[in-house]
Structures are given as structure tokens and as C-alpha cells.
Design a protein around this ligand. Sequence first.
Ligand SMILES: Nc1nc2c(c(=O)[nH]1)N[C@H]1C(S)=C(S)[C@@H](COP(=O)(O)OP(=O)(O)OC[C@H]3O[C@@H](n4cnc5c(=O)[nH]c(N)nc54)[C@H](O)[C@@H]3O)O[C@H]1N2
Ligand SMILES: Nc1nc2c(c(=O)[nH]1)N[C@H]1C(S)=C(S)[C@@H](COP(=O)(O)OP(=O)(O)OC[C@H]3O[C@@H](n4cnc5c(=O)[nH]c(N)nc54)[C@H](O)[C@@H]3O)O[C@H]1N2
Ligand SMILES: [Mo]
Length: 764
Amino acid sequence: MTKKVFVQPPVNYTGLRVSDPAAVSGGIRAVKSSMHHVFSQVGVMEGIRTMAKLNQFDGFDCPGCAWPDPDGDRAIVEFCENGAKAVAEEATTAKADPQFFKKYSVSALSAWSDYELGKSGRITEPMKLSPGSDHYEPISWQTAFTEIGEHLKTLPSPDQAIFYTSGRTSNEAAFMYQLFVRQFGTNNLPDCSNMCHESSGAALSETVGIGKGSVTLEDFYRTDLIIIIGQNPGTNHPRMLTALEKAKANGAKIIAINPLRETGLLKFKHPQHVGDMLGSGTEITDLYLQIRVNADVALLKALMKLLLEKERDQPGQILDRDFIEQKTTGYSDFLSDLESYSLHELIAQTSIGEDLVRKAADLIASSERIIACWAMGLTQHKNAVDNIREVVNLLLMKGSIGKPGAGTCPVRGHSNVQGDRTVGIWEYLKPSLREKLKENFNFQPPEETGFDTIGSIEAMHQGKVKFFMAMGGNFLSASPDTELTGKALMNCDVTVHVSTKLNRSHLSHGQTSYILPCLGRTEADIQNGRQQFVSVENSTGVVHQSRGNKRPVSNHLKSEPAIVAGLALAALGERSQVDWQAWSADYDLIRNAIEKTIPGFASYNERVRKPGGFYLPNGAREGEFHTRDSKAHFTANQLPAHQMSENEFIMMTIRSHDQFNTTIYGLNDRYRGIHNERRIVLINEQDMLKQGFRSGDKVDIISEYDHIERKAEGFIIIPYDIPATCIATYFPEANSVVPYNHFAHTSRTPISKSVIVRLIPSAA
Ligand SMILES: Nc1nc2c(c(=O)[nH]1)N[C@H]1C(S)=C(S)[C@@H](COP(=O)(O)OP(=O)(O)OC[C@H]3O[C@@H](n4cnc5c(=O)[nH]c(N)nc54)[C@H](O)[C@@H]3O)O[C@H]1N2
Ligand SMILES: Nc1nc2c(c(=O)[nH]1)N[C@H]1C(S)=C(S)[C@@H](COP(=O)(O)OP(=O)(O)OC[C@H]3O[C@@H](n4cnc5c(=O)[nH]c(N)nc54)[C@H](O)[C@@H]3O)O[C@H]1N2
Ligand SMILES: [Mo]
């Protein structure tokens, strides 16, 4: 029998139902949905016990998003609906044990949907797939370490191995992992950031001297105006709605800029506040700008032109001239560039009415303290870095960085994606870190910049790399160009995945493949008879501890630090002077090593034990810009140019309410009124009619870049309130049409939010 592995989720339909989008987010339905997910997967008693520790000072950090926890008092239930789903997914009692893998072959599993794969439960033992075999089989930890170590030792060059990281990995595990990889001899450390907020990091480092956001949670309570652009907090950062509710109670205004009217941005009922539940909910957004996909640079330029007009009428009243003069450079070049655009042409590109754009400019003009929040709606375009630079321009005009109640807020995705970068996960090894690693651990760290995600796909596809390891994540389904990425992975001699649950990347395997199952966030981590904790950094740069309390789902799991130690000992042997064994037995030793190596971690072990942890230093927050000239930089950015013909659309690939990236919790997108189906395409009704389609028709989505056609089959048409020429689909189903080699300048983030496509009737 020839073995056939499918790299894409199968085209099968689950029974679409469409209703009106929800008018309010949160509320009793959020509570019901949380309870349903937790109780059905974890059980009632264990579910309650586990949830009681979520986001508490002595508990574990939510494995969902990276939204900060309050510094002071915390509610007894400090979580949201989607946090509950994340916990249920991890703490589930279902098990993908050796019997499961004996029963189901890799090729059979590859025909399952992502939802079904996830429901198979937690992986309980290390598993190996031998060359030519179609079944994973159990293997002992020691044999797995030894074999993987041997593979690594026999590579002609360390640069033929790639070590990916997903953002759930703790600071401790991430620091050990990058040290192991660099002692092994390569900087091939791509991570999920490359596909996520890399564009924010690139733009912010250049313009304000730090690649992270500048605000704290307190700033939300002291601000005049919050601009939420390209972000859907109701689904992806639901606890942010609590902060927005409080900001509004304190008098802040909110502008939302989004192609869709996202329910979470309209109205919110706090699911844990009785008063809220009885009332009609808090209006979140004061002004909703329903923008065309990727027209944000045009809109921001229009707004800034309007601010300049007002400043001309009321000199010194609108812009922060002192700030601009003392703290910034590049202002006059920025102004002359802005002059060259016509206000009316800019506004026309956004598809927003001029009256609304003027209202937004009025709000901005009259606000002294402004916070800008953004996520993937800005970071995943060819001009993503420009999007963020323009946001910075606007804030700088208003002097709104480096003072209370104001600043930048790139809202992070994975719960420790920011921390992983802080402790050294990056394909670029900064000279300062290189020196420290050399000094503290007595080896010559590699100099050459390694492969990022795009570079990794290309290198594996071309056969230049033969070994791929992932610390968490789902590289295949998260990456663009599914078919090509699948081939790239299958080109490898060896693939290794440290994972909690089965996913499609385990099935698009190298000749030999290993799954190394690890403890999750919710589980107690006992090493050497003592319970350990790990630490993570949230979106506002607070480092705090996370301590699981549940009994691990299996006795055969290892912690991520223990797995890195096992691999490092096997692959490096005498070459490394690090006492890996001791580190994995006592995480305080890892934190001591981080303290010696990474700036900002003084007295790490002591401060991380304080309730709520500690803030890392942040220059921009203090109004100090660590750029080459110690000033914040205005920049001049071009408008994006999309050559689109009559029958083409600009497609954004977004998240439903029932998924965490490639993990599919359920089949509903409740707020958008889409139920029980994921293979859908949201389209403007006029466009639908113009193309001759009807609601419910099935279409194939086709992209053509560099004369290569890519296809995603069988998506059901849903007419929706979305600007003309824009469509929306869910990731990962539509990833197969995202070309891997088209990405943002500077950050090299794939263009998953603006893929030019056409739709044709489907045979599926
Ligand atoms: N429950 C849950 N929580 C999550 C995740 C999850 O999958 N599920 N993922 C986590 C991760 S890793 C991340 S990075 C974040 C992602 O959080 P988000 O960035 O909020 O997630 P997306 O669904 O990609 O949504 C992008 C939003 O931007 C809008 N948008 C798209 N294109 C444009 C554009 O050109 N301009 C503007 N102005 N808006 C645009 C979309 O309509 C959508 O509302 O969430 C994190 N939290
Ligand atoms: N088209 C399109 N593509 C996108 C995006 C998009 O908006 N559109 N978004 C991009 C973004 S923002 C991101 S961040 C990436 C996400 O990319 P990844 O981070 O690679 O993907 P995830 O789906 O978050 O990874 C889920 C897997 O992580 C493993 N896992 C879960 N918890 C743990 C743990 O505690 N430890 C370990 N070791 N493993 C664990 C499980 O096995 C699970 O199957 O996708 C990107 N891809
Ligand atoms: Mo992300």
C-alpha cells in the first residue's frame, strides 16, 4: 500500500448555519460556553479546581493570550471564555496514547480535520515514526534523546538543523533551548513571532528604540483616547474588554478601525459582574471606521493631514510641539512627504465616509493622552512595517509616547511570545547577547544570522536543511503555502516535535520523526521531589511566575526544560560546560543564568516570587528612546500598491471565536453569527452579485503570484458586512493560497491579511 499523507485539512462540511452577528459580547453566553468547554473535557470537580488557579498570583498563567493581569487585587475568577477553552483543551482527560497510535496510521490521521485531531487528547508517551513506517510507536526517553543527539552529531554542518519555537514556551525553557542551539553551533531559531508581531518589533525598534509596547495596564485607566486598529479583542484578548470598560468608565473615548464590525468592539457585558449582566452592556466604541483591508496607511495619513490643518488654525493647541522639537527627528521630511498626498484621494482609498474621518481627527485633536492598540490586522501585510510606523508618527505628533495614559500597545498573541524573544529566541543574535553568552558559558556563539520562518521553509524545500525541531507550535499549519511547507518538512531526514497535543505537523514528517510529549501550563512540575515554577512575560513587559497544580495527564511526560537538558546532553556531551542536569532539577539555577545574561533581570529569583512579578525596563515608557541618536523617529512611508483586476479580491485570513491559532476548539464563530462550519468566505453582497454567486455557493479560492497558481478548495459564500473588494476566510484552511515568498519588507512576515485572490465555482 502506498502511503498518502494529506497536508491540508480535508474538505468536508459540518452543516453551516448563519444568524445575525451578536450585538453584545461576553454576557451569560460567555459563561455558558466556558463551562461547557471545561466541564465536558476536564470534568466538573477537576475543572473547578483548575480554573480557580488561572491567572492568580500563586497559580498558572493562562495558556491563551498575553494580555496582562492586574498588578493589584485580582478577582476570584480572573479569566475569560477563551482562556477557559484554552485550559479545557490542555487539561482534557482524553488521551492520544500508544494504543491510539497503533490503531490509527499517520496517513489515516492526516485525513482528519484539525478539530478531530485536537479532540484525540493529550499525547502520553514519547513516540517515534521509523523510516517507511505509517505508525508512530512508543520509544523510551533515553533512546529518543540518544538517537536525536546522534542525528545532530552526524550533520555535516550545524546550520543544517532548524529549531523552531512557539510562544507558549516559558522563559526558562526558551533560554535553555537557545543556549543549547547556539552551543550546537547555529542561529537557526525561527519562531512564531516571525509570522506574528515581527513587524511591530521591526517598526518600533527603529522608531522608538524598543521592539515592545510602552504602556502598562494602568495607562488604560488614565488615557483620553484608545485607538484599536486591526485587532479583534472580543475573541482574541477578551480580558482586554474589562480594561476597555474601565477606561470608558474613567472617561476615555475609543476609535475602532477594522474592515468588520466586530461584536467585541461594539458592546460588552462583563461575564463576572452581576451588575453588567443585568444591564444592557457597555458601549465600547465611540467611532467605528470600517476600513478597506490594508488601507490603514491611507487613513493614518489622512488623519495626520487633518491634524496639521487644525494646528494651522489653532497654532500650538493641537500638536505637542515641545515634544516634537526636543524628543524627535525626521519631522520636516515627514511633513514634506505628507504634503505630497491629496486628502481626498487618501480618504477615497479607505472607503470610509469623509465625515467619519473628520470626526476621528477631531477626537484625536482634542485628546492629550492616546494609546494605540493593534495586532495582526496591521502586522501581516507587505507594508506591515509601514502601518506601524504611521501609527508611531501619529502618536509622536501628539507627544503620546512616554507619558502616563499614552503609548504603543502591540497586543501580543501567545502567552509568552514576548518573553521568548527577551531571553534570546531569535535568528538574529545581537552582538551584546553574543558577548554575554560567550563570557558566561565559555563558547564561541555563531555569528551568522540564522533562518527565520520564511528562510526555514525555503531551506528545507531546497534540501539545504535536513533536521527540523519544534518547541511547541504547529509549523505546517501556521505557515503560509501549506502544500509547499508540507513538502519542505517531508524533505527532512529527521523531524522532532515537543508537543502537548497531536497536530498536522506531526503527520507531515521527516524520514524519521519523534513526538516528545511535555507537561502543559496547568500541570504540576515536580523535579527532584520539589515543585518548580516557570516564568513568563506578558504584553506590557511584566515577568511573573506560573505554577501548575493539576496532576500530569501521564507519568511519562517531561517538562520542557528537562527535554532540552536531555537533548543538550545527548547532542553536546563534553562540548558544553553547562550543568544541564542540575538546571533541569532546579529552575532557580536557570533563572540565575538568565539574570547573568539578559539585561533587566537583576534579583530575578527574588522578584519573580513577589505576587504579580516585576516590570522589565522600558525606555519608551519613560520617554527615553534608545535609537542611534536617542530620539524618536518620524518616518515617511509610501502607500501600498495593489494591482487588482475586476474579478480579484483582497483576502484577510482571520481567527474564529472557537480556535486558538491552529487549535480548533469548536466549529462556531458566535459573535459573527457563523455556526458549525469553518470553510466559509465572507464577501460583500454587491460583490457577490457582481460575480454571479449566491449565498451558500461553493467556491475555490485562487491566488497567482509569480505565475504560480495556488488553490484552496470548497469555501461556502456568506454575504457579509465587509467593504467592497475585501473578503475574509479562516486560517489555517486558507493558508494554501498564501505565497511563502511574499512578505513584509524588513520583518519578513507573510502577507496573510492581504492576499490577492479570485473566486471560481467549486467542484468540491
Ligand atoms: N481565542 C484566541 N485568542 C488568541 C488567538 C486565537 O487564535 N484565539 N491567537 C493569539 C495570537 S498568536 C495572536 S497573534 C492574537 C491575534 O489577534 P488578532 O490580531 O485580533 O487576530 P485576527 O483574527 O488575526 O484578527 C485580526 C483583526 O484585524 C482585522 N483586520 C484584518 N485586516 C485588516 C487591515 O488591513 N486593517 C485593519 N485595520 N484591520 C484588519 C480583522 O477584521 C480582525 O478583526 O490573538 C491571540 N489570542
Ligand atoms: N494565514 C494565517 N496564518 C497565520 C496567522 C494568521 O493570522 N493567518 N497567524 C500567525 C500567528 S500570529 C501565529 S502566532 C502563528 C502560530 O503558530 P504556532 O505557534 O506554531 O501554532 P499554534 O497553533 O499556536 O500551536 C499549537 C500547538 O502547540 C502545541 N502546544 C500547546 N501547548 C503547548 C505547550 O505548553 N508546550 C509545547 N511544547 N507545545 C504546546 C500543541 O501541540 C498544539 O498543537 O500562526 C501564524 N499563521
Ligand atoms: Mo501570533
